[in-house]
Design a protein around this ligand. Sequence first.
Ligand code: ADP
Ligand code: MG
Length: 147
Amino acid sequence: MAIERTLSIIKPDAIKRNLTNAINTAIANSDLHIIAQKRIRMTKEQANIFYDSHKDRPFFDELVDFMISSPVVVQVLEGESAISVYRNLMGDTNPARAADGTIRKIFAKSIGENSVHGSDSAVAARVEIAQFFSDKEIVGCLRQHLE
Ligand code: ADP
Ligand code: MG
């Protein structure tokens, strides 16, 4: 077990329904610390880069258009096993299959409009955090830095 950081995004469907605080409460209740957070309007270029690994999937254009359809909140979460803890808190990509009590089960509208993103590996977390935050914008509370 180790202290990790992960990138979270509160997606447009949740932003439009004013769910930022409800989702942040669920994050806090899971012992994850929000150590950086900002509200941004993602550009098409940023969304293309962010979801590059999905560029050949049939839903890619729809996904990019969704992610730029309203502001989003990007966050860095820190905590013990933060990557898997947050994935478990989010629940399955498809809310119909998500476990009770998970963010997606409670809030998501569909497999596409599923309220939150969370990095799926340590490598992804590092790359995704670096896309949206400089080191100066992240002030960890559990350990000075993970390097
Ligand atoms: P996750 O966000 O759970 O890691 P993926 O990485 O597989 O899921 O997919 C990235 C995002 O693409 C999903 O969160 C969702 O917004 C969208 N997506 C995934 N599968 C579909 C699908 N079948 N139809 C529409 N959108 C999808
Ligand atoms: Mg993913």
